[in-house]
Design a protein around this ligand. Structure first.
Ligand SMILES: [Fe+2]
Length: 347
């Protein structure tokens, strides 16, 4: 079904794009479209994604218009566009964010045999509003000159008093850390999580970082002995795309996968007001399928939905036991986890 929208909508959407600093990269996501088109709002920013969208078009004849933006800004944008939104698919990073979009009623549930087959049950919304496309891990990263990797087997070990002044952390505004704490909370309960957080905060060498990469550089330089970071940041520092000097710093860092390791997702859903939900579902099925899922994960040195993939840098880090906590549970524990972080002094 095609909905014809007045030209007003287009200019309003583009004005919003300007106000929010969003880039319209391929085609015009805000233009009215035919049944043979699908508009995707994505929090991802990789050229290889565009190659996959082209491949989808080649296979299905459905054109993909891409609008990239920051995750939280895309949620605000979709909300403000309401039923006039031109978006059919929303792609966001982190379970907590995708669940926030669901709570804002930005998705419509879909049912798809292909998605139920390709996306494990713990990596999708039980009601079918969103589906994971890739997985990312948040392991411990150590500078062995300062901290013995063999002394660390679990996230609990980061609270040991002997790490005082050696632990660097990203700030609590990071949804990645909120989800990590939600994971521990789900596994161990509030009392144990609180005392773990107190130990962690007591060990922190300030300042709290605002992103993972500078924190990893500090570990590489020996300013910090240990941290937790998403694996793709270290992989990027080790890759050919690395900034000068980063590779040498990254090579000083050892990845320690705690047992179990916290895993998060990139996920997608069909928007509530999608004018082309069938095409949108087909695009998500395509991205979640084992063959194109490989490429989607590879773009950001992430893991596919099943197994560990073939990325040589990631394989060099070793494999891990993923946490049993589902993406849905990570999201629903976010509020309590964030409150505990505030109470225990995580800056
Ligand atoms: Fe990230």
């Amino acid at each position: 079904m095609t909905q014809h929208r007045p030209p007003l909508i287009r200019s309003r959407a583009l004005a919003l794009a300007g106000a929010l600093g969003l880039a319209v990269l391929t085609g015009c996501a805000a233009a009215k479209k035919s049944d043979g088109e699908v508009n995707i709002y994505s929090g991802r920013h990789y050229n290889t994604d565009k190659e996959l969208y082209k491949q989808f078009t080649a296979e299905t004849g459905i054109k993909v218009n891409l609008l990239e933006g920051k995750d939280d800004e895309l949620i605000v944008r979709l909300k403000s566009e309401g039923e006039n939104s031109p978006a059919d698919v929303l792609v966001l990073v982190d379970a907590a964010r995708i669940q926030r979009a669901r709570q804002e009623e930005l998705f419509q549930p879909i049912s798809s045999e292909a998605l139920n087959r390709d996306v494990p049950a713990n990596l999708r919304d039980p009601a079918g509003s969103w589906y994971a496309l890739t997985r990312r891990a948040r392991p411990i990263m150590v500078n062995p000159a300062l901290v013995a990797p063999s002394s660390l087997n679990s996230y609990a070990d980061l609270a040991k008093p002997e790490l005082k002044g050696k632990l660097c952390l990203r700030n609590r505004a990071s949804v990645y850390n909120q989800s990590l704490v939600a994971d521990i909370l789900q596994q161990q309960g509030a009392a144990a999580t609180r005392s773990w957080l107190e130990g962690l905060v007591a060990n922190v060498k300030p300042p709290f970082f605002t992103s993972d990469t500078p924190m990893l550089r500090a570990v590489g330089r020996g300013e910090c002995g240990v941290t937790v970071a998403n694996q793709y940041y270290l992989a990027r520092m080790l890759s050919s795309e690395a900034k000068p000097g980063d590779k040498a710093l990254a090579q000083k860092i050892k990845v320690v996968f705690p047992s179990p390791t916290h895993v998060n997702i990139t996920a997608a859903g069909v928007t509530r007001h999608a004018s082309n939900p069938e095409a949108a579902t087909r695009l998500i099925e395509f991205l979640a399928s084992p063959s194109s899922g490989k490429g989607y994960a590879a773009a950001n040195n992430e893991y596919p939905l099943k197994g560990f993939g073939e990325n040589p840098i990631l394989n060099g880090f070793g494999n891990f036991q993923p946490s049993p906590v589902s993406a849905d549970q990570l999201a629903s524990g976010n509020r309590e986890a964030s409150a505990l972080m505030v109470e225990t002094g995580w800056k």
